[in-house]
Design a protein around this ligand. Structure first.
Ligand SMILES: Nc1ncnc2c1ncn2[C@@H]1O[C@H](COP(=O)(O)OP(=O)(O)OP(=O)(O)O)[C@@H](O)[C@H]1O
Ligand SMILES: [Mg+2]
Length: 227
């Protein structure tokens, strides 16, 4: 594949307990192109969230090669890993994980401010991103004053604040009603163009899975290309 943003070879991940060893990823291969949307489907417990956590370097793996945006995840120092988590990947989860005591604007701006961006710059960019996700008039709302769909859009803006190379989304519509899910779907679908990012989405929702230029099924520890 030319210019892949993610490349995994022979990726193996197990979870061990005293009773058993669970092999979640079994010499799995996976690749996706920059600037694309790729979706992953798979039965509950097949390892989809674990895979995203590995790509975001939140979870270790047993063996194999994992390259994300040119970074070899098995050889990064702790310092490089925290830079990687902060600047290379953005996360959107099923539950928004917004900070309840902060406004939408603060929730989006803070990861940039914490990373060392001057306050004005961080706040300006957060305003632009909230505008992009259709919440330009909700900047000062707290999470409790936003609908579920609006909170997820704030979470998308927050994921984009440090201009990540790739956004990893784990069941982003899993908690939304049909019309909010539809809105989020079109927002996500436009992200490669509007935010210049690449998007990897794990979902059970066939409508969301359909926005992927490529789609994979994770089953038995391996990826099967279905589109
Ligand atoms: N920290 C852990 N320790 C032990 N087992 C774990 C751990 N995290 C996940 N697992 C197991 O690994 C398997 C894969 O979990 P994962 O959450 O990746 O599945 P999933 O495909 O995301 O499922 P779902 O669609 O329900 O979200 C499950 O059997 C789960 O119980
Ligand atoms: Mg999951």
């Amino acid at each position: 594949m030319s210019n892949p943003i993610i490349e995994c070879r022979d990726l193996t991940k197990t979870f061990s307990s005293s009773a058993e060893v669970l092999c979640i990823l079994d010499r799995a291969n996976f690749a996706m192109k920059r600037g694309q949307i790729c979706t992953i489907l798979g039965p509950s417990g097949s390892g989809k969230s674990t895979f995203l956590a590995i790509l975001g370097s939140l979870e270790r793996f047993d063996s194999g090669d994992v390259h994300v945006d040119g970074y070899d995840l098995s050889s990064l120092s702790e310092k490089s890993l925290s830079m990687f988590r902060r600047n290379i990947v953005g996360f959107v989860f099923q539950f928004h994980f917004l900070l309840n005591d902060f406004t939408a604007l603060e929730n989006v701006a803070l990861p940039s401010y914490v990373a060392g961006t001057p306050k004005n710059e961080a706040w300006d960019r957060a305003r632009r991103l909230l505008d992009m996700v259709g919440l330009g008039k909700r900047l000062d709302h707290f999470p409790s004053q936003l609908s579920g769909g609006e909170r997820q859009r704030v979470a998308v803006a927050r994921a984009l604040i440090n201009s990540p190379s790739i956004v990893l989304a784990d069941e982003p519509t899993g908690n939304l009603d049909a019309s909010s899910a539809k809105e989020l779907r079109s927002l996500l679908q436009n992200l490669p163009e509007s935010a210049g990012t690449t998007l990897l989405i794990v979902t059970h929702d066939p409508d969301l899975a359909a926005i992927g230029g490529s789609s994979y099924l994770l089953k038995g520890g391996r990826f099967e290309c279905i589109k």
